[in-house]
Design a binder for this molecule. Structure first.
Ligand SMILES: [Zn+2]
Ligand SMILES: [Zn+2]
Length: 368
């Protein structure tokens, strides 16, 4: 058993309270990661806001980054002292996992939202709290991950900045690059310019999409969207989105990336498509067929295999093409509730909690 500190949710809407908990040590296939930083994603906030008494106390957080502290006997890919970014969990055994599509894992729901290991056990049981959210529950000083949901990264990079790669940024960029496979000259509209939407805009610029139209209700975000890749932006509180998109494109866009989960925006997304256009829904809905060649597709985590896609995003970041650090605002772990409030208010695009020091603590096995 390890003593850890974690932000525990015990009440709908929070606040999260930092408590001392007992956590089991890593099993043979597990990796104990000391969390350096964790992004806060809207899925965490939704779980706070829809929490129910029957859920019991939970530890959220699924954009962790940290330093490997201990590995189970069967873990070969990482060792103590390695820096890692954590991502979503998958079973590794089903047909989808085996064919390289772990985002469509048959046990995706259990593995990420089951608040338990896939065998039903829970490493925080002694404290009467459930963890394993996305195979990590990173609003904590320590996480139990597996090799399937961690990605080894260079020790020269700042883990605080890297942490949101594991969900929001991967989702936005992966939707454009992996799922939709947007190509040079394709037209794309991005509804909602939060972290996911801005990652999509940066990716759209990288692949050469044109025009790239950002739609939001917050002028500050739209300004940032223009700086990060959008060729046009529309404030949909002040302007008619459909007619402006028609003016810009002639007959509608090839793609809409819909990140807002707002029914009106969903309907609008279909309205602004050209006859063979596609709406990507990133909000857990599944796809449907529409008149002519139009369609909507439900996309999870940008169809990304984290061990392949996150290093690609890091390479693009280092080349100056994916400057996602501009979305990040750092908060001390103890300010987690303020960070959530700022994200909800739209004041902060990507809050990242600083949980511990990145430097490796003294001790054996910390070479290089
Ligand atoms: Zn997320
Ligand atoms: Zn699977």
């Amino acid at each position: 058993m390890n003593k850890v500190k974690a932000a525990v949710l015990r009440k709908r809407g929070g606040p999260l309270k930092i408590e001392s908990l007992e956590m089991e040590g890593p099993r043979d296939d597990e990796v104990l990661v000391r969390i350096v930083a964790s992004g806060i994603c809207h899925t965490d906030i939704d779980f706070c806001d829809y929490w129910d008494k029957a859920d019991g106390p939970l530890v959220l957080g699924h954009e962790g980054a940290g330093v490997v502290e201990q590995v189970g006997a069967k873990v070969n890919g990482v060792r103590r002292g390695d820096h890692v970014v954590l991502s979503y969990q998958s079973c590794g055994r089903c047909g989808q996992c085996r064919s390289g599509h772990p985002t469509d894992c048959e046990r995706f729901y259990e593995a990420n939202f089951g608040f338990a290991r896939l065998d039903g056990s829970n490493a925080l049981y002694r404290s009467g709290v459930r963890g394993h959210f996305f195979g990590q529950s990173s609003f904590a000083t320590h996480s139990l991950a597996t090799e399937r949901n961690l990605v080894k990264v260079s020790k020269r990079l700042n883990l605080e900045i890297l942490s949101p790669l594991g969900c929001g940024l991967q989702t936005g960029a992966g939707t454009v690059m992996n799922s939709l496979k947007v190509t040079k000259g394709a037209s794309i509209a991005i509804f909602g310019t939060g972290a996911v939407g801005l990652a999509a805009a940066m990716a759209a610029r990288i692949v050469g999409a044109d025009p790239i139209i950002g739609v939001d209700i917050r002028p500050k975000r739209l300004k940032l969207a223009l700086e990060l890749g959008a060729t046009h932006v529309i404030d949909n509180r002040r302007h008619k989105v459909a007619s402006l998109i028609a003016d810009i494109t002639g007959n509608g866009v090839d793609y809409v990336v819909e990140t807002t989960a707002n029914q009106k925006m969903h309907a609008l997304a279909i309205d602004v498509l050209n006859p063979h256009g596609t709406v990507a829904l990133l909000t857990g809905e599944s796809g449907t067929a529409l008149p002519q060649g139009r369609r909507t597709v439900g996309i999870i985590q940008g169809d990304a295999v984290p061990q392949l896609f996150i290093p690609k995003l890091i390479a693009l970041y280092k080349a100056g093409l994916f400057p996602f650090d501009r979305l990040v605002k750092l908060y001390d772990f103890g300010k987690i509730n303020a960070a959530i409030a700022d994200a909800k208010a739209g004041d902060t695009i990507k809050p990242v909690l600083r949980i511990s020091e990145a430097r490796v603590r003294e001790g054996k096995g910390d070479a290089n």
